[in-house]
Write a protein that binds this ligand. Structure first.
Ligand code: PFF
Length: 446
């Protein structure tokens, strides 16, 4: 028997039931839903893409999410430890390490964008943002300055502080405070945007499926985005799963988290598309959509700087709660591996992240933007490697472990009868095949 299967559990802290659901929703609801999701929906023609995204979440995302939580709870450790523990073979831990590395790397550029949202919140609330109506120029002046470096440090300090405090007095408490705030702001923004003149047109674009716009590639993007949005394939749900009480229902948690994530994507679309249609902005402008296009819309709205400020706070809360999961994955690993206390492991991980995070920030509009290696700068490389390679691989390993290698996965999920058979079929066949397709497509092989 391998050592991993006989050692005791490494994760001893626990979430409360509600705290876990909030923290998991906090990790899944993030820039993926508001920033990536909206510009990809815009790029792929609107409603039909959203419909595909929903299907991907329901058919593939939720089963894989349940699998990840089950591995985490049975393994009771970080991603590497839990993989080794449930399979009974130490070398399986190497596959868990893909998740640890993915989360570590995603944080290096995710924190850049999270920093942008904090800057835009302040600029909007003070009205500074609306002084120059050329928002593209404002955005490039900002990304070309040293301000993003400072904001990224602020993000790292806030998230590092929360993580260092631990599961219940750090992650859980923070999410319990900010997630209800996020909901309130969402509702205020929704009422505001649905009463705009162009709301009907925006809602139609977002919700009416025009299938002529879809192709195989957009289907794969929808699946990739569903994975990113649910935080799958990077060890985050697996790591959070380790802190879940034995009596908590994992299927119920899966539905709550998936439902929360979908609802948030729906509301984000209902906020963003009516706004841009009312103010005559093209929906397919790409990643700059929320930073360049939306300020123009807020500027022409009564009380625009207040609504703009609320919108960017929304984005900032969503981003920071996701950063918590991204840091926790490597922190849990380092705590066990090097037997460090939580605060020490956090300091170590944040400093190590910063070595890549700083040049990432400088590559997205700053002095390193044009330093290209193989046609991409650092920011684009980290995004490409994590999104297109590590995430699909991480997801694939989860399906293989939960579907084939680990003998007790079905018991741990708590599913029974037909639902269990459907879940097992998805984990063993449907999900791996689809994930391999996304992977081949994203590295340009199909
Ligand atoms: N799910 C987050 C989003 O949609 O923005 C992204 C994310 C968060 C990915 C946390 C990974 C993670 F560990």
């Amino acid at each position: 028997k391998s050592k991993a299967s006989t050692s005791t559990s490494s994760a001893t802290e626990r979430f409360s039931s509600a705290g876990f659901i909030l923290a998991a929703i906090g990790s899944s609801v993030g820039l993926g839903n508001m920033w990536k999701f909206t510009y990809e929906t815009g790029a792929h023609g609107g409603g039909a893409f959203f419909l595909l995204f929903i299907i991907c979440i329901l058919l593939v995302g939720l089963p894989v999410l349940l699998g990840e939580l089950a591995i985490g709870r049975a393994g009771r450790g970080d991603a590497v430890y839990s993989f080794a523990k449930v399979t009974g073979k130490k070398w399986w831990g190497i596959f868990g390490f893909v998740g640890v590395l993915a989360a570590f790397l995603i944080m290096t550029y995710y924190s850049t964008i999270a920093g942008w949202t904090l800057h835009y919140t302040v600029q909007s609330l003070t009205g500074e943002l609306y002084k120059n109506p050329d928002y593209t120029a404002t955005f490039s002046a900002f990304t070309g300055s040293m301000a993003p470096v400072v904001w990224q440090i602020v993000v790292m300090l806030i998230t590092g502080f929360v993580i260092a405090r631990g599961i219940s007095s750090g992650i859980e408490r923070f999410n319990k405070i900010v997630i209800p705030g996020l909901l309130i702001i969402l509702v205020i923004m929704l009422v505001r945007t649905l009463t705009l003149d162009g709301a009907a047109e925006g809602v139609r674009y977002f919700l009416y499926p025009d299938f002529s716009q879809l192709d195989f590639k957009s289907a794969l993007s929808a699946l990739g985005l569903a994975f990113f949005s649910l935080t799958l394939g990077m060890g985050a749900m697996l790591t959070y799963g380790a802190y879940v009480e034995k009596h908590q229902s994992l299927p119920a948690a899966t539905i709550a988290v998936g439902g929360g994530d979908l609802a948030y994507a729906l509301i984000a679309g209902l906020i963003i598309f009516p706004t841009i249609f009312t103010f005559g902005i093209q929906p397919d402008v790409g990643p700059g959509l929320v930073f360049v296009a939306l300020p123009a819309a807020f500027a022409s709205m009564p009380l625009g700087s207040l609504f703009g400020g609320l919108f960017f706070i929304l984005l900032a809360i969503a981003a920071v709660t996701s950063c918590l999961a991204l840091i926790e994955v490597p922190v849990a690993f380092v705590m066990r591996k090097w037997k460090l206390s939580r605060p020490k492991a956090t300091i170590f991980v944040v400093l190590a992240m910063y070595v890549i995070a700083l040049p990432c920030t400088l590559s997205s509009g700053g002095v390193l933007t044009d330093v290209l290696v193989g046609g991409r700068n650092l920011f684009d490389w980290v995004d490409f490697i994590t999104m297109n390679i590590m995430l699909p691989l991480g997801g694939l390993f989860v399906t293989i472990v939960a579907g084939y290698v680990w003998k007790h996965s079905a018991e741990e999920t708590g599913l029974k009868g037909r639902t269990l058979r459907v879940w097992a079929f998805i984990m063993r066949f449907a999900a791996p095949v689809l994930i391999i397709l996304i992977f081949l497509s994203s590295i340009g092989l199909i």
